[in-house]
Design a protein. Structure first.
Length: 336
């Protein structure tokens, strides 16, 4: 459904740092007496997109649509079933373990749960210093100076470097995770719902920090989230994902002001509006039915079982991934 032959990035002069083509990740389902594969969970089922250097691409969708799996496969934390992930001129899916190790300093990840992603038996200095020990030749003194610098950059007190993760709040732990991610001066960071586990009062602080770091360090982000309000604030372009497929991709203003896919419209209609008058008159799109299983997706358009405008052709014909106007891509028969 999302096998691009031509993508928005190919129409611009901006340098592309990450290029994904027809990426698939299927998790096998084993069964029977001999535990053979009987089916597969199609977590990511043929997605393609580009990320331009210096931008933030938001990846949104409801839980279970394949957002986090996409991020993990991009960094080869999970192997791809098929497809390619080009980081500049290297296809990461074909690299050996040694070659991938040389790429890792330039492509990092910030995880969703700042408690689970930090080793509780390691001090903050050890956590942040680990990538420095693994990938640089820094001596102990130089490494400690770099750790203190990183803590200051993310707004933490360097004198707390010998404390353990449980001694920090959730927001502070996420700042530690961010410090670890930027320790090796990466070019690209996958932010896997970095604010989802945080209090609302802390979320804006962490997002502001990410924006400041992007500006000062020249970072490129894939920002994965289900919070469309926050994505609107931080992203330059947004890709909407449903059941392992990307169904719409465009700049943030076009997506929020004039969405073209019915699923995007449904997502946006669920976002609260602070103005009571606008809330009362705006159009609501209520999806009926349950989300289909990724191990048995429906034929045709994957959204046809819940789509309010679906017709007969939607259940048999896969919609073309097409550019309906400059840099606005959508997979729907009736997007116009």
């Amino acid at each position: 459904m999302t096998d691009l032959t031509e993508t928005p990035a190919s129409r611009t002069d901006t340098e592309v740092i990450v290029s994904v083509r027809n990426l698939k990740k299927h998790f096998p389902i084993m069964g029977g007496l001999f535990r053979r594969q009987v089916s597969a969970v199609r977590a990511v089922d043929g997605v393609s997109f580009d990320i331009h250097r210096g931008e933030t691409l938001g990846l949104v969708g409801e839980s279970g649509c394949g957002k986090s799996t996409t991020g993990r496969v991009l960094l080869q934390l999970d192997d791809a079933t098929s497809g390619s992930v080009f980081f500049e001129d290297q296809d990461l899916t074909t690299l050996s373990t040694g070659a991938m190790r040389r790429v890792r300093p330039r492509a990092q990840m910030i995880f969703q749960d700042p408690h689970a992603s930090l080793n509780p038996r390691m001090t903050v200095a050890s956590i942040i210093g680990e990538p420095l020990r693994e990938h640089t030749k820094m001596g102990p003194v130089e490494r400690r100076d770099r750790i203190d610098e990183l803590l200051s950059i993310v707004g933490l007190d360097p004198s707390h470097a010998n404390r353990y993760p449980h001694e920090f709040s959730g927001g502070q732990r996420q700042r530690i995770g961010i410090a670890r991610a930027i320790a090796l001066n990466p070019d690209f960071i996958v932010c896997d719902e970095p604010i989802a586990a945080l209090d609302v009062s802390i979320q804006a602080q962490v997002v502001n920090l990410l924006e400041e770091l992007q500006e000062s360090l020249g970072l490129t982000y894939l920002f994965i989230s289900h919070d469309l309000s926050m994505v609107r604030h931080i992203a330059d372009r947004v890709a909407v994902m449903y059941l392992g497929h990307i169904v719409e991709l465009t700049d943030v203003e076009s997506l929020y002001d004039n969405p073209k896919h019915p699923y995007t419209e449904a997502l946006l209609s669920a976002v609260p509006v602070p103005d009571p008058r606008a809330e009362d008159i705006r159009k609501r799109v209520i999806l009926e039915g349950d989300l289909p299983s990724p191990s048995n997706p429906p034929p045709g358009c994957v959204f046809n079982t819940r789509c309010p405008i679906a017709e007969q052709r939607c259940s048999s014909e896969v919609p073309e991934w097409r550019e309906i106007r400059p840099a606005h891509w959508v997979a729907c028969h009736f997007a116009e």
